[in-house]
Ligand binder design. Structure first.
Ligand SMILES: NC(=O)c1ccc[n+]([C@@H]2O[C@H](COP(=O)([O-])OP(=O)(O)OC[C@H]3O[C@@H](n4cnc5c(N)ncnc54)[C@H](OP(=O)(O)O)[C@@H]3O)[C@@H](O)[C@H]2O)c1
Length: 229
């Protein structure tokens, strides 16, 4: 751990977060991976990468749980913070048909909570490090032509909150990165999704490493192409 950079990956029990944990362990990072409950697949990774992978717990929607994790990490330095956690509900609905609670849940988990997490942890992210979150191509107001309306709105809200976060800190030199990974076969993406985790997550990890520590705010896809807000 001594000379390795450290990444904190938030929401790593399954899907894209779990795959990113594997990528960063294989790339010789020290990884702190958070889950909400037991994850047998993360346990398997811990036995494959002993000494490189620490498991922690946090529910990003629960401020007390996030603050407890912050206290447990104490004076540690995180080189890269990546908030992956997210949910999708009522993906084919619109405001007139969706249960309002579904929209509120997505706004809480996908937009408000990631940025609150970042604000609570920013003091332990290295000043030349990276603060990043998983967003979506669907979050682009310019490009989205009517897919997953409510989910897309929550990810657009995430982008706005991070744009404001960055504007409030004009002298901050850390990289601020939003990565849109593509439509991927996971519990959330579903089996009809265009890409597999194996196809996309190495590219997401490439983008994170390539932009690590580069000052500025970017909304990019997994090929490091800038997306329109
Ligand atoms: N798959 C896609 O096509 C796609 C496309 C664009 C963007 N994304 C984004 O990529 C990220 C990962 O998606 P995925 O496809 O891997 O989804 P997934 O398979 O449903 O996994 C979601 C992950 O987020 C965690 N999570 C959910 N709510 C949480 C909370 N309140 N606190 C902490 N962790 C929480 C889950 O933990 P539990 O196991 O405890 O529920 C799980 O680890 C999400 O932000 C998603 O919006 C996905």
């Amino acid at each position: 751990m001594a000379n390795k950079p450290t990444i904190l990956i938030v929401g790593a029990s399954r899907g894209l977060g779990l795959a990113l944990v594997e990528q960063f362990c294989a790339r010789d990072w020290h990884v702190i991976a958070t889950v909400r409950g037991a994850s047998s697949t993360l346990d398997e990774l811990k036995s494959r990468f002993p000494g490189s992978l620490e498991e922690e717990t946090a529910d990003i929607a629960d401020e007390a749980s996030v603050r407890a994790l912050r206290r447990r990490l104490g004076g540690r330095t995180i080189d890269m913070l990546f908030v992956n956690a997210g949910i999708a509900k009522s993906i084919t609905e619109t405001p007139v048909t969706a249960p309002v609670q579904d929209f509120l849940d997505m706004m809480l988990v996908n937009a408000f909570s990631p940025v609150r997490f970042i604000e609570i942890f920013e003091d332990i992210v290295a000043t030349d490090g990276t603060i990043a979150a998983m967003t979506s191509e669907l979050a682009s107001i310019t490009q989205n032509e009517g897919f997953w309306d409510l989910y897309a709105s929550s990810k657009a809200a995430l982008n706005m909150l991070m744009k404001c976060y960055t504007a409030h800190r004009p002298n901050d030199r850390r990289a601020k990165l939003f990565v849109a990974p593509g439509w991927i076969q996971t519990d959330m993406g579903g089996s009809d999704a265009t890409f597999t985790v194996e196809e996309c997550i190495p590219q997401v990890a490439d983008v994170l490493e390539k932009n690590h520590g580069k000052p500025g705010l970017r909304f990019v896809d997994r090929f490091d192409q800038t997306l329109p807000w």
